[in-house]
Structure formats: structure tokens, C-alpha cells
Design a protein around this ligand. Structure first.
Ligand code: NAP
Ligand code: HSE
Length: 430
């Protein structure tokens, strides 16, 4: 048997170019295993005259989406445009016309996952989205299929390359601004990098992972998300001195029948495997009740790494079309867990407080902590200049609600000039 599976590629940016390169080369193994070939038949772009750094036969390019969607020969549509505007319309349009869809679009899947998956189920076609989380790292299929024998206890990871790159460079002494510019030049950052640095990109990704890991729909809006814009070189330096790395962590876990899903800068012990993940690398740490701890590590962004995941999905969709098994990748969200309020989260905290250097001030601050059941693990005075002291407090585990009340009380003390930063700490044992 020798089938030709025709592909309509929507978008030829960072990821689209990678997909083109991987499908354009000699793919003997794909042909052998598929019993057919994967052929790009049309590529939709916004500006057909743009210089793209790869040799594209001009007759493949189009700026009219109908030449892709209305072409009955196109079996699989690959959406690598991004966003939830035109991309959503095109994905739904392709599904409506009976085409299987592969997308790298986390925003689409995290905001409209249910709609897209239900549409695919109704049309008996596939919707695959491996590249939407962790770039080139296989994580969606492992969670969905390879770990089916487990109850997942938690998923925790570094899922945004841009912010991990920035934090790594800041650790090495680079400024935040210079590191962000470099991440943009390397193609890691989203078109609007605020979505990376404010934690929204990671929130979309953990919403997707949580929905799969816990079989309960979580959307990006359900995720408490904070970014890295408040993290300073000073925090990073103090964290290192205390034996921690600061990472933008995305995590999802079951706590008393509700889902704790959040994204925020987190101090993690330097000996935790996630602390060793540097630059634009991503890693996802999964705890299953049977398998124990697993870590999936690799390049979470960039042209060819992301295209690697897209091409794997294209292959799976093509195999299904050839064997008549399309439409089996339906939604698995058959449970309906509540989302836990951030006030109920319990962890350790780092606080950097600037106060007057005068007898009795430390006692006032610790008194407020004590009144709010905040137990302290350590207190380190970092510096005293011109009568102003900088003190780092590390708490034991405490509920966020109690900590916030304590912070308001401390902020109201006349002797306290500034609460410079508050960072959650993972790995605190008591
Ligand atoms: P990109 O470089 O900005 O490319 C977007 C492409 O879409 C461009 O080719 C653009 O055409 C085309 N496009 C935009 N609006 C269009 C419209 N209205 N009609 C037709 N074409 C349009 O984006 P990207 O970085 O490749 O990302 C694509 C998707 O992959 C996003 O969902 C992103 O979140 C996801 N993703 C990216 C990475 C990464 O490392 N970059 C990793 C994982 C997932 P022109 O070229 O003509 O302007
Ligand atoms: N902007 C994203 C990142 C690209 O930095 O990880 C991959 O989704």
C-alpha cells in the first residue's frame, strides 16, 4: 500500500519553518512505517513575500485560508499560527470539513480545549496537541497513555523556556532586560512576551497538563498565575546563599478532592532535579502512585524541537487515517474537581523585608508572624546601611491566607519601610 497523506500547514513562522524542514527531508523511516508519504500541499501565511530563510516552492504558499480548508485532498491541517482568534476559526473549520488537526497552540487548547475536542469527536477526526506543552518534550501522550496504570499525584514543571532562560541568565549576572531581548532573538518568546514573563503561557500549559493528568477540565483562567517580573538579582543571590534556585514553577496536584493548580516563581532546593534545569530547557516532574517520580526533560521551545513534536502528531494522525482509526483521541475529562483557592495553599515562604535598624523592631515583626500562626525557620539580617536593615525571613509551612494577613500587619508597622518580596518555597518539610 502506498498512500499520500496531504498536509495543509497554517503558519510558517518559527515552528512552521521547522515543520516544513522536517517534512521536506528524506523521510524513509516515516514512509516505511506509515506505508505512505506525508506531503505538504499548501502553506497559509499572512505575507507571501516575506524572506523566510528556507527554500519554499512558491506555489505552496497562499494567503487565502479557503485554498487549504476547502481542498478535499488535504487530510491533516497543522495549525502553527497561534492565538485564539483566526487559529480557533481555522481549526474548527478544518475539523468541520473532516480533516484531522495537529496544533502547537496552548492558548487555544487551554481556553477552548473542550470545544475543539468535542468538535473533533463529532466529526470522528483526530486533534493532537503534543507541542502545545514542553515544545519537543513528549509529555501529553505519556500522561494520557503511558501512565494510564497510575493515579497521578502531582505534575510540577518548568514549562516556559523564556522565563527559565531569563532567570538562568540573571543567575549569571545578566540584567532582566538584556536576557529578555536575547530570548526574543532566539525565538523562544511569544509574539507578546508579557504572556511569558507574567506566567500566562505557563498557566495555559499547566491547565492542559492538569486536565489530562486528573481527567478534569482546567482552563487557563482557573490557574492562579504570577510571573517573574518582581524577581530581582538580589532575590536570586539570597536564594543561592540559602541553598535554593528560583524557578517559574507550574504545578498541579490533588489536595482533599480539589485541584491545586498554580504558576509562580518558586524557591526550590538546589539538589532538586528541577533546580538543575537551565536556559530555555523545560522539565516536567510527574509523580504517579505506581511508577513513582519521573522527569521529562528537553528543549521546550525553538523551531526544530517543537517541530519534532508536531511531526510525531502528524504521523499519528496519518497512521489513524490510513488505518481508519481516527477520532479516538477524544476528551478524557470525565471528572469535575473544584479548583482550590490560593488562600488555602500551604507552603514555605521567603520574605525580604526592609526596616529601621533599632532595638525592638525584630520583636515587633516576629510578634505579627506569631499572632498569625506563621512559624519561622530562620531569620538572617543581610545588611545594615544608614540605619536601614534588610532581613530575610524563611517560614515553616503555613497557609497563604495566614501569611497574607501577617504581611498586611507587618506592612502597617511604622518601623517597616518595605516588604521587598515574598516568594513561595517548595521542599519545606515542616
Ligand atoms: P510565529 O513565528 O509568530 O509564526 C506565526 C505564523 O502564522 C507566521 O508564519 C504568520 O505569517 C502566520 N500568521 C499569523 N497570522 C496569520 C493570519 N491571520 N493568517 C495567516 N497566517 C497568519 O509563531 P511561532 O513561534 O511559530 O508559534 C506558532 C504556535 O506554536 C503558537 O501557538 C505558539 O504558542 C506555539 N509554540 C511555539 C513555540 C516556539 O518555540 N516558538 C514552541 C511551542 C509552541 P507570516 O509569516 O506571513 O507573518
Ligand atoms: N514562549 C514559549 C516559551 C514557547 O518560552 O516556552 C513555547 O511554548
Amino acid at each position: 500500500m502506498s498512500d499520500v497523506i496531504n498536509i495543509g500547514l497554517l503558519g510558517l513562522g518559527t515552528v512552521g519553518r521547522g515543520v516544513f524542514q522536517l517534512l521536506d527531508r528524506d523521510n524513509a523511516e516515516i514512509v516505511e512505517r506509515l506505508g505512505g508519504t506525508l506531503q505538504i500541499r499548501r502553506i497559509l501565511v499572512q505575507d507571501a513575500s516575506k524572506e523566510r530563510g528556507v527554500q519554499i516552492p512558491p506555489d505552496l504558499l497562499t494567503t487565502d485560508y479557503r485554498t487549504v480548508l476547502d481542498d478535499p485532498k488535504i487530510d491533516i491541517v497543522v495549525e502553527v499560527i497561534g492565538g485564539v482568534g483566526i487559529a480557533r476559526q481555522l481549526v474548527l473549520g478544518a475539523i468541520e470539513r473532516g480533516k484531522s488537526v495537529v496544533t502547537a497552540n496552548k492558548e487555544l487548547m487551554a481556553h477552548h480545549g473542550r470545544e475543539v475536542m468535542e468538535a473533533a469527536k463529532a466529526q470522528n477526526v483526530d486533534i493532537f496537541f503534543e507541542a502545545s506543552v514542553g515544545g519537543g518534550i513528549p509529555i501529553i501522550r505519556p500522561l494520557k497513555d503511558s501512565l494510564i496504570g497510575n493515579y497521578v499525584k502531582q505534575v510540577m514543571g518548568i514549562v516556559n523556556g523564556t522565563t527559565n532562560f531569563i532567570l538562568s541568565k540573571m543567575e549569571a549576572g545578566m540584567s532582566y532586560e538584556a536576557a529578555l531581548t536575547e530570548a526574543q532573538e532566539l525565538g523562544y518568546a511569544e509574539r507578546d512576551p508579557s504572556s511569558d514573563v507574567e506566567g500566562k503561557d505557563a498557566a495555559a500549559k499547566i491547565a492542559i497538563l492538569a486536565s489530562i493528568a486528573f481527567n478534569s477540565r482546567v482552563t487557563a483562567d482557573d490557574v492562579h498565575a504570577e510571573g517573574i517580573t518582581s524577581i530581582t538579582s538580589q532575590d536570586i543571590m539570597y536564594a543561592q546563599e540559602l541553598g535554593y534556585a528560583i524557578k517559574l514553577l507550574a504545578l498541579a496536584k490533588i489536595e482533599e478532592d480539589s485541584l491545586d493548580v498554580r504558576v509562580h516563581p518558586t524557591m526550590i532546593p538546589l539538589d532538586h532535579p528541577l533546580a538543575t534545569v537551565k536556559d530555555a530547557y523545560n522539565a516536567i516532574f510527574v509523580e504517579g502512585d505506581a511508577v513513582g517520580n519521573l522527569m521529562f526533560f528537553g528543549q521546550g521551545a525553538g523551531s526544530l524541537p517543537t517541530a519534532s513534536a508536531v511531526v510525531a502528531d502528524v504521523f499519528a494522525a496519518a497512521e489513524n487515517r490510513i488505518s481508519g482509526r481516527s477520532g479516538r483521541s477524544a476528551c478524557t475529562c470525565f471528572k469535575d474537581y473544584d479548583i482550590r483557592s490560593i488562600d488555602d495553599v500551604v507552603c514555605g515562604y521567603y520574605l525580604l523585608i526592609e526596616c529601621v535598624d533599632r532595638p525592638g523592631v525584630l520583636a515587633q515583626i516576629t510578634h505579627v508572624f506569631g499572632d498569625n500562626q506563621v512559624s519561622l525557620g530562620s531569620i538572617i539580617q543581610k545588611s545594615v546601611t544608614d540605619g536601614v536593615a534588610e532581613i530575610v525571613f524563611m517560614t515553616h509551612k503555613v497557609s497563604e491566607g495566614n501569611l497574607r494577613t501577617a504581611i498586611s500587619g507587618i506592612g502597617a508597622l511604622k518601623s517597616v519601610s518595605e516588604i521587598r518580596n515574598v516568594i513561595r518555597v517548595e521542599g519545606v518539610t515542616r
